[in-house]
Each structure stands twice: as structure tokens, then as C-alpha cells.
Design a protein around this ligand. Structure first.
Ligand code: RIB
Ligand code: CA
Length: 306
């Protein structure tokens, strides 16, 4: 079976680490490139973390560093959630520096996309700065992009602001450019991310699933995206889960805008389920998830990471 070629744009990040592992060890996905962007922590730290993860996973996927700051917004990281380095709690091997390309992420993405015989799926699980720059500089890549399956946004409440989700709110201008790009988008927002939970009993099972399971368990102990007791939120794994098990989700095709100027709502996604804005649909929004099936799927996916 032909594997689906993807590029992961990421800011590892504890939940990123698990999403990347699941993608790398799945039989269905071919991770052609990993690009990094400032988000959970600084560009230097997320890139260092991506290289350490690949060294630990034993996967030789090229990595390219991207944007150090949002397009216009002031950069505010999420080290309060992921720890200062972005991935505290586990003693990773040294980063595999030889995987780091000299190219900027945007140029590396352009090359990989235009050279691919089959359309590429972009999987951004971080602020959308790199993706916006890619489309601004090289719009010709759009013809060879199958779709964008992104973690970000919310049709309801936020986790960075009252209504805003971290990836979108960190670079709202970039997000608006991506949602207006005309490229097919699947939005895995907080509506599913907040329900994609790993409970203590799941963590105990995962710990026994070999070295990646043990790594996950150690990182979970430091992760502030939820709590060990009430459930840890696997936000980024929802994007990968959509690619591997779309039946987990309730999907609705609708219009998504990005609020840039709201005095209380800047950075939020406006998901127009009732068509008040009279705009053509530009995204498939994951509105709900079967939490129990997700837990089962997540553990089976981690068990494959050997
Ligand atoms: O809002 C959740 C998102 O913000 C996830 O991608 C997480 O890694 C953080 O980047
Ligand atoms: Ca992330």
C-alpha cells in the first residue's frame, strides 16, 4: 500500500512528541520532512527537541528550522505547560544534528512539495507562521498539496484566551492567511483536543509499552496540558488520528474566519456553523470525538512505536 506523504510542522512540545512518534511508526504515513516553528518554546529549543526525538526514535527524517517569531504578534511561549526546554522529564539521547538541513523550513517545504510525485499533506501542529510564509513566498506549491490537517482553533472556548486556542492565537495573522489560502483544510481544534484524554490507567499501560511508552509516561508526569488525574490532553495527536482513524470524529464542512481585532476575542477562530457570515465553506472542522475510542486508538498507536 502506498504510504501517504506528509510534512509535519511542529513545536515540540510534549503532545507534539507523541503525535510525531505515532506518525513516524505508522504503516500508513510517510513523513518526508519535519519543520520547526517557535511556539511552545523558542525556535532553538523546539528544533533541539525535534532532533533529540528523531535520535531517540531512530528515524532519519530531515528537519528544517523555520520562523523564530510570529509574523506580527508578540511571541509568548507555552513553557508554563511544557516546561522551560519544552520537553522536560526524560533523559533523551543527543540530538541527531546531521538531520538538520541548512535550508529555512519554508524553502525545504517548497522543495519537498514540488519534487513529490504525489500531492503532500501538511500537518501543522503548531502556530501557522511557516505555512503562511510558504504560501506568501511560493503560492505555486498549492497545486501539489492534498490538504492541510492542522491542530488549532476552537468552535467554542479557548486555552490561551477566553475564546482563543494557543496555535492560532500565537500567530493570528498567519492563521488568517492559511484559512484564506484556498487549500483544503481539516481543523482539529479544542472541540476534540480537550476530549482526547489520556487517563492515569492509560498512562500506566503506556509505561509498559517499551521505551517509547516509558518516554511518554515520563513526559506525561511533567505535562501541564491537563492533569494526570483528570486526563492529559493529546491535542496534536488529534491531527494524526484524523489521518489514521477519521471515524473517531464528527466532521462538519463550514466557514472558519480568524478574528484579528477583537478587544477580547483577537486570535480566536470564528466557526460559522449557521452561515451568518454568508461565506463559502473553507474547512472541515472536527466538532466531536469518541473519547473512549480515541483512548483505545492512542494506546494501540503507541504500542506500534517500537
Ligand atoms: O492548543 C494546543 C496546541 O498548543 C498544541 O499544538 C500544543 O502543542 C501547543 O502547541
Ligand atoms: Ca504543538
Amino acid at each position: 500500500m502506498n504510504k501517504r506523504p506528509i510534512i509535519i510542522d511542529t513545536d515540540p512540545g510534549i503532545d507534539d512528541a507523541l503525535a510525531i512518534a505515532i506518525a513516524l511508526f505508522s504503516e500508513e504515513l510517510d513523513v518526508r520532512l519535519i519543520t520547526t516553528v517557535a511556539g511552545n518554546v523558542s525556535l532553538e529549543n523546539v528544533t533541539f527537541n525535534a532532533l533529540r526525538l528523531l535520535s531517540f526514535f531512530g528515524k532519519d527524517v530531515p528537519v528544517a528550522k523555520g520562523a523564530e517569531f510570529p509574523l506580527l504578534a508578540e511571541f509568548v511561549d507555552a513553557s508554563n505547560v511544557h516546561g522551560k526546554t519544552g520537553m522536560e522529564g526524560y533523559d533523551f539521547p543527543a540530538p541527531k544534528e546531521e538531520l538538520l538541513l541548512p535550508d529555512h523550513a519554508v524553502n525545504a517545504m517548497r522543495r519537498v512539495i514540488l519534487e513529490s510525485p504525489e500531492p503532500i499533506t501538511l500537518v501543522p501542529i503548531a502556530p501557522l507562521t511557516n505555512i503562511a510564509l510558504l504560501f506568501a513566498l511560493y503560492p505555486e506549491v498549492k497545486k501539489n498539496i492534498r490538504e492541510i490537517v492542522l491542530m488549532g482553533g476552537s468552535a467554542s472556548r479557548g486555552n490561551k484566551g477566553v475564546m482563543s486556542e494557543f496555535n492560532i492565537a500565537t500567530d493570528p495573522e498567519a492563521a488568517q492567511m492559511v484559512f484564506q489560502s484556498g487549500v483544503p483544510i481539516v481543523m482539529a481544534g479544542l472541540d476534540v483536543g480537550l476530549k482526547a484524554l489520556v487517563y492515569p490507567e492509560d498512562s500506566e499501560e503506556i509505561q509498559k509499552m517499551g521505551r517509547v511508552g516509558d518516554m511518554a509516561y515520563q513526559l506525561f508526569k511533567r505535562y501541564r496540558g491537563g492533569s494526570f488525574k483528570t486526563g492529559l490532553k493529546m491535542y496534536d495527536s488529534c491531527a494524526v488520528a484524523y489521518l489514521l482513524c477519521p471515524e473517531l470524529f464528527e466532521v462538519v464542512e463550514t466557514y472558519v474566519g480568524v478574528e484579528l481585532r477583537g478587544s477580547m476575542t483577537a486570535g480566536c477562530t470564528v466557526v460559522d456553523l449557521k452561515g451568518y457570515l454568508h461565506q463559502e465553506p473553507n474547512a472541515r472542522v472536527l466538532l466531536d470525538i469518541d473519547g473512549e475510542k480515541f483512548r483505545k486508538w492512542f494506546k494501540q498507536a503507541i504500542a506500534k512505536c517500537i
